[in-house]
Design a protein around this ligand. Structure first.
Ligand code: FES
Length: 272
C-alpha cells in the first residue's frame, strides 16, 4: 500500500523512497512506557528543583550547603563559614542566589546528548520510540534554530567541571561538625560523598569529554596517555544514561537532606 498522497512530500518516514508502510508502527510491546516514565521523571525533577531554586531559604545547615546554592554568589546568601561564598553580586540582586549558578548545570543537562534524546521522545514524540513513526510531518533534526544551539554542549561541559570542583570542596567541608571542628562525619557526609561521586561520573562520562580527551587524533599509538583516558571515559560513557538519572536523583536528594536539616525536621545522625 502506498502512503496517503498528503504524506508523499513529507520528510522523515513518510518521505518518498522510504518503505511504504501505512501503519504508524509494527511494535507489539508497550513501547510508550519508557517515554512516559521519562517524561514523568523529568517533570518531577523540574517541579522540585524550581520550587527549591526560587525558595531562597533553607539551603544551609552547618556544615552542609545545598548543591543547588553552591557556590553562593550574592550578597543575600546566608553566611557559611569556610563555604563557597563569594559576594560577586551586590545588594541589587534580590532574587534567589540559586538562579545565578543553576544556569550552568541546567544548561549542561539540557544540552546533554542523553537528555536530548529523553525529552525529544518524552515531550515531543520526535520520535516517540525506536521504530515508531513520529507524528510530525516535517523533520529537521537539530539543523536549524533553535535546536542547532544544542551544539554549545561542549562549553557547558567546560562550565560543569568547575561547578563539580566546587561541589567537591563542599563535600570536603562536610567532614566538620556543626561547630566547624574538623575530623567529624555524619549521615550528611555520606549523602554528599555519594552525590559527588555520581556528579563526577556523569560529568566525565559526557560525550563531549570523550571527544575532548580522545578526538581528532590520527594515531592512538602516538598518544598513549590520551588513548588511556579515552578508553576510561568510553567505559563510563556506556553508562551515561544510568549516570544521568542517578546523579539527577542524588543531587535532588542531597538538597532535600539539607532542606530537612535546615527546617529542623530531624538532626543529622553523627558517625564520629
Ligand atoms: Fe551528557 Fe555531555 S553528553 S553530559
Amino acid at each position: 500500500t502506498q502512503p496517503p498522497p498528503s504524506h508523499r512530500t513529507a520528510t522523515g518516514v513518510r518521505s518518498p523512497g522510504r518503505a511504504a508502510i501505512a501503519a504508524r508502527h509494527l511494535r507489539t510491546d508497550r513501547w510508550w512506557l519508557s517515554p512516559a516514565a521519562t517524561a514523568a521523571g523529568l517533570l518531577a525533577f523540574v517541579a522540585y528543583s524550581t520550587w527549591r531554586a526560587f525558595a531562597n531559604a533553607d539551603y544551609y545547615a552547618a556544615p552542609y550547603v545545598s548543591p543547588f546554592y553552591s557556590p553562593c554568589l550574592a550578597e543575600n546568601c546566608v553566611p557559611m563559614r569556610g563555604g563557597p561564598n563569594a559576594d560577586l553580586f551586590g545588594s541589587w540582586w534580590g532574587l534567589s542566589p540559586a538562579l545565578l549558578i543553576l544556569v550552568f548545570p541546567l544548561g549542561f543537562r539540557l544540552t546533554c546528548y542523553y537528555y536530548r534524546k529523553a525529552y525529544y521522545r518524552g515531550f515531543w514524540a520526535s520520535p516517540p520510540a525506536c521504530a515508531v513513526a513520529e507524528p510530525h510531518r516535517a523533520y529537521t533534526g537539530e539543523t536549524r534554530f533553535p535546536l542547532i544551539l544544542q551544539n554549545v554542549h561542549r562549553y557547558f561541559f567546560y562550565a560543569a567541571v568547575p561547578v563539580a570542583g566546587i561541589l567537591t570542596y563542599d563535600t570536603v567541608l562536610t567532614f566538620r561538625d556543626a561547630s566547624y571542628a574538623w575530623g567529624h562525619a555524619g549521615l550528611g557526609t555520606l549523602v554528599f560523598l555519594v552525590n559527588i561521586a555520581l556528579i563526577w561520573a556523569y560529568t566525565i562520562s559526557c560525550h563531549s569529554c570523550r571527544h575532548i580527551v580522545g578526538g581528532r587524533l590520527r594515531h592512538f599509538s602516538k598518544h598513549p596517555v590520551r588513548y588511556r583516558l579515552w578508553t576510561g571515559v568510553g567505559r563510563l560513557n556506556r553508562h551515561h544514561m544510568l549516570l544521568a538519572w542517578a546523579s539527577l536523583i542524588s543531587v535532588a536528594l542531597c538538597d532535600l537532606y539539607v532542606y530537612l536539616l535546615a527546617t529542623g525536621a530531624f538532626d543529622d545522625p553523627r558517625f564520629f
